[in-house]
Design a binder for this molecule. Structure first.
Ligand code: L34
Length: 248
């Protein structure tokens, strides 16, 4: 795990990942680099880790500071050690449906759906948000499960009309309490990917839980919903990466 700078949220997430590794018996190293670390230095570290046989997975916690080119960093990670599945090779593999790992957050969402006994096939799935980390891969995974998928974003017209048609609604916009109860179809499955810090402390999702839980058939909380699933999927991807590399 590499963390650049001292973003407090990133610090919490990386600590949670480190703890999960300990619980699972996965050996881990943390590289906490100062915010002003030159891009070249980060690339050199990735290169060293790429070359170390005993390291199965490499993760650079995002976001990275402004002066560092995120795309360049992601592309520098060896695709078979890319346990985030952010590398263009892995993104492409997900697109064609032939992949070893899936980005942790959308994978966690799919796991929540499956473990709750919800069949995606033929369902109206609406993903609000189109990031490379969540929205886009999420849509693809729902499509692989034969959902009818709509991706909504900041330019979408009549958003509430779209969200109200969803049997499965995934909110990944990064705006606190953005999805209200009156934007949800009665009985719908509502999955809240948002983690927003209000007044520096309290965590709220992208869904207004109080109004949404009255309408939804099933709903995830924040905290204690998608966040811990993201970490669980990282553990799964790391084990998978080790197996794939061992089988080579
Ligand atoms: N490279 N960058 C990379 N990979 C990732 O998969 C992530 N992500 C997102 C941010 N940047 C990344 C995460 O790890 C979001 N994310 C993440 C991980 C863990 C938690 C939330 C987001 C988490 O543990 N959430 C807890 C609350 C933690 C708190 O108190 O802040 C929860 O219960 O939701």
């Amino acid at each position: 795990m590499i963390i650049v700078g001292d973003d407090p949220a990133s610090r919490v997430y990386v600590n949670n990942k480190k703890k999960a590794c300990e619980e699972c018996g996965i050996y881990s190293e943390e590289y906490a680099l100062p915010a002003n670390t030159p891009e070249k230095e980060l690339l050199e570290l990735i290169d060293t880790l790429n070359g170390r046989k005993e390291i199965s997975g490499i993760l650079v916690q995002l976001p990275v500071p402004e002066h560092i080119d995120e795309k360049k960093i992601i592309s520098a990670i060896s695709p078979e050690k890319d346990v985030d599945a952010f590398h263009p090779i892995n993104v492409g593999k997900i697109m064609v449906g032939d992949f070893d790992f899936v980005p942790c957050t959308p994978a966690g969402v799919m796991e929540l759906i499956a473990e709750s006994g919800i069949d995606v096939s033929g369902k109206e799935c609406v993903v609000v948000g189109r990031s490379n980390i969540v929205g886009k891969p999420q849509a693809m995974l729902l499509l692989h499960k034969n959902g009818t998928v709509t991706i909504c974003h900041s330019k979408t017209k009549n958003l509430a009309e779209k969200t109200k048609a969803a049997d499965i609604l995934v909110a990944a916009v990064g705006i606190p309490n953005f999805i209200k109860g009156d934007m949800i179809k009665p009985g719908a499955v509502v999955i809240d990917v948002g983690i927003n810090r209000i007044e520096g402390k309290k965590l709220v999702g992208d869904v207004e839980f109080e109004s949404a839980e009255k309408v939804a058939g099933a709903i995830t909380p924040v905290p204690g919903g998608v966040g811990p699933m993201t970490i669980a999927m990282l553990m799964k991807n790391t084990v998978r990466a080790a197996v794939v590399q061992a089988e080579k």
